[in-house]
Design a protein around this ligand. Structure first.
Ligand code: HEC
Ligand code: HEC
Length: 416
């Protein structure tokens, strides 16, 4: 063989070797770029996709839940800062549409600072329990809490009734009939309610019980229009959903994959080794249940006892599904009637939050303990240490590369 020929052969040989290696890499099941999913994985992927989101279940406790006029009124009040003790706080102060209805802060800031992290309202209407500890069984009864909390809206029941009469009388009365005769200021003082203000609570005690009941009804109706609006805040498709839609029935991508190799590796970890989908499942990436994930306390703020307090609060809430201001027949209040009230899993448990848009809704956890998604994943990786109750986590032993892949995947849940 002449030197020139052997040179050519060597070069061809090298190319064959490179091509063979590439082909092997592509066929190797460990390589996520070539991801095909087995039947179980495909089923889970489809269950996480927005295409699997069912229509919003009805709320029988709220007769105007589906009424577009109620939603339109609720939307206006949601952004109306007049509905507060200082004229400067609205729901949108802490649940901003541009931030997926969160506020980007560690703690909610209204008239004061509430030592809890504001939750995203996107898709929250699906959840049978509202807030981190589930202290409310409907969005309308939930809305009443920040309205009266001195650190949030800092208002009171007669003030809100007067504000409705002055600013939205026609819209209100078209939905609910006549407002009480609020012009009589001896019967209906400007500021009265069972709130943390000695003057307003004393004025409330002096009111006739029938007038108090009439005001409670107006207050409940205010919550019901806000809830009708909140039901329209629904999750929108993300790159992840486009990826799932691109899979054929053999679990292979048709066309160009909308997710990168790194994101796909993260998705595999999310459903597998990371155990994330044990709790963050379904199209909103939440099981709507309460879990103790051993999140550390935040410095300088009271430790939240979680679901154990939520159970007591929702049971005693006069605005719950079984209460006098609910539109439901008692039989329809199944969540409340069959609520788990005694279990050693209640202490320290919080509601699993949605992970839709999570890359843009930090800080994270009920008191904003973690600033970045990397911090969150580090917590899960270590398994945490429960300061109360029983820790449900086990350490994951993710490598640094796997932790980064998981974080990359979470970024694919942001709506496009
Ligand atoms: C000062 C900030 C602030 C204001 C104002 C505020 N919220 Fe919130 N919101 C929060 C915080 C903090 C939480 C978590 C509360 C908790 O766990 O107890 C929350 C939780 C919620 C939830 C529970 C979501 C879920 O998934 O469980 C809903 C619904 C909600 N707020 C609606 C409203 C509405 C409606 C208004 C206006 C009437 C409002 N919020 C005003 C800060 C605020
Ligand atoms: C045992 C159930 C459970 C498992 C498993 C679980 N989570 Fe969570 N997750 C929760 C609960 C409950 C919270 C809220 C905890 C709190 O605030 O105290 C949460 C909070 C979060 C948050 C913060 C969201 C926010 O809006 O504040 C992220 C991000 C998150 N989880 C991602 C993951 C990832 C990634 C995994 C897998 C490595 C995972 N979770 C595994 C139940 C779980």
């Amino acid at each position: 063989m002449r030197p020139h020929e052997s040179n050519v052969l060597m070069r061809v040989g090298r190319w064959v070797a490179v091509l063979l290696a590439l082909a092997l890499l592509a066929a190797c099941p460990g390589n996520p770029a070539a991801s095909t999913w087995n039947a179980d994985e495909l089923r889970m992927l489809r269950s996480l996709s927005l295409d699997a989101l069912k229509p919003l279940p009805p709320d029988p406790s709220n007769a105007v839940a589906e009424d577009p006029a109620a939603a339109a009124l609720g939307e206006r009040i949601y952004f109306d800062t007049r509905f507060s003790g200082n004229g400067a706080v609205a729901c949108a102060s802490c649940h901003m549409p541009d931030l997926h209805f969160t506020d980007g802060r560690t703690f909610g800031v209204g008239i004061g600072t509430i030592p809890l992290n504001a939750m995203s309202l996107v898709g929250a209407a699906y959840s049978p329990w509202q807030t981190w500890n589930g202290r409310n069984d409907s969005q309308w009864s939930q809305a009443l809490i920040p309205l009266e909390n001195p650190l949030e809206h800092g208002g009171n029941r007669t003030l809100f009734s007067h504000l409705l009469a002055e600013n939205y009388r026609a819209e209100y009365e078209a939905l609910f009939g006549s407002l009480p005769d609020l012009a009589d200021s001896r019967r209906f003082p400007r500021n009265a309610g069972p709130v943390d203000s000695p003057a307003a609570s004393a004025a409330w005690e002096r009111m006739d019980p029938a007038d108090r009941d009439a005001v409670n009804r107006v207050f409940a109706n205010l919550g019901k229009v806000l809830a009708a609006y909140e039901r329209t805040i629904l999750p929108q498709p993300a790159r992840f959903d486009r990826y799932v839609a691109s899979l054929d029935d053999d679990g292979r991508v048709r066309g160009e994959a909308p997710l990168t190799v790194e994101e796909l590796a993260g998705l595999r970890l999310f459903m597998g080794k990371g155990q994330c989908a044990d709790c963050h499942n379904g199209p909103r990436f939440t099981n709507d249940a309460f879990h103790n994930t051993a999140v550390p306390g935040a410095p300088g703020v009271p430790i939240q006892r979680g679901r154990i307090d939520g159970v007591a609060l929702v049971k005693s809430d006069p605005f719950n599904c079984l209460g006098a201001y609910s539109d439901a027949h008692p039989d329809q209040c199944t969540a409340l009637r069959f609520m788990v009230t005694e279990s050693d899993t209640l202490l320290g448990s919080m509601k699993t939050p949605t992970l839709r848009n999570v890359a843009e809704t930090g800080p994270y956890m009920h008191t904003g303990q973690f600033v970045t998604l990397d911090d969150v994943i580090q917590h899960y990786n270590s398994g945490g240490f429960a300061i109360q109750g029983h820790n449900e986590l086990t350490p994951l032993s993710l490598t640094d590369e796997e932790a980064a892949q998981l974080a990359a995947f979470l970024h694919t849940l942001t709506e496009e």
